[in-house]
Design a protein around this ligand. Structure first.
Ligand SMILES: [Zn+2]
Ligand SMILES: [Zn+2]
Length: 259
């Protein structure tokens, strides 16, 4: 059972930034494609597969029961169910794929990756997302997107953080699924207040007009992000892509918050 991530502090990965970007990124891809994971990032067991041993992988909070459209976790077992919000205001995207719930230890793994640049923590999540997506596409090839669009980060935030985790995830999923990816199709015009604590109207107002689409997109797209929180960003970005000519937009993320 995963008790904590503290023991992992000995496994710091170099921060992905500046000149190191390409080098680290290539190394990341090599690591990701190799099943030889070395130590488990959660319990330090030596026989990890893509960074997690089997018992720790088994402990991850899988998002089993969820809204069939926005992947909002449901508290009860139900298939093919829409959440209240999707019933009330159907989202513009066709579906969200988010294999995990954003709670312990997935929340801590993503935070270490995102804010500290410790890719080792995200590696098992990204690998399993890529595998899940590849399996889905094999079963339903008509849902294959033409292009993966990394959820854009404002340039000032990108400079401060050193890397855009959505672009990093898109790059890895692209390798696995054989679908091209881009960071150039959409840019973020301005920074936004954090979405948390805002009601639905405020969230939508906060995001209005922030995405600029720079070219005509291909018909079928998948937006790649680390976490889908309220779904407001995904809605706003999808609307911008559809306005620019996209016909079908999915959202693929590592995790979904409970709401
Ligand atoms: Zn383990
Ligand atoms: Zn929903």
């Amino acid at each position: 059972m995963i008790k904590g991530l503290r023991s992992l502090s000995t496994l710091l990965m170099p921060k992905v930034n500046g000149k190191e970007r390409i080098h680290t990124s290539l190394r990341g891809i090599r690591n990701l494609l190799s099943a030889d994971g070395g130590q488990c990032v959660a319990c330090l067991a030596p026989d990890a597969r893509f960074g997690l041993c089997d018992p720790c992988r088994h402990d991850l909070p899988v998002n089993h029961w969820h809204c069939r459209c926005c992947a909002l976790p449901l508290a009860f077992a139900a298939e093919d169910t829409l959440c209240g919000q999707c019933l009330q205001a159907p989202p513009p995207f066709s579906r969200v794929i988010a294999p995990w719930r954003y709670r312990f230890p997935v929340d801590g793994m993503i935070q270490r990756y995102k804010y500290n640049g410790q890719r080792a923590f995200a590696r098992p999540l990204i690998h399993d997302l890529a595998e899940r997506v590849a399996n889905n596409l094999e079963a339903a090839p008509d849902q294959r997107p033409d292009l993966l669009v990394a959820s854009p980060m404002h340039p000032a935030r990108l400079r401060r953080r050193g890397f855009n985790q959505a672009a990093d995830i898109a790059e890895q999923v692209s390798k696995h699924a054989g679908i091209p990816w881009t960071t150039r199709l959409v840019t973020r015009n301005r920074r936004t207040r954090p979405q948390r604590g805002l009601d639905r109207e405020q969230r939508l107002a906060n995001l209005r007009g922030i995405f600029q689409v720079n070219a005509t997109p291909p018909p079928r797209l998948a937006i790649i992000d680390d976490v889908v929180t309220t779904g407001a960003t995904a809605r706003s970005l999808t609307e911008a892509l559809i306005k620019a000519g996209a016909e079908d937009v999915q959202v693929w993320a590592l995790a979904r918050t409970p709401g």
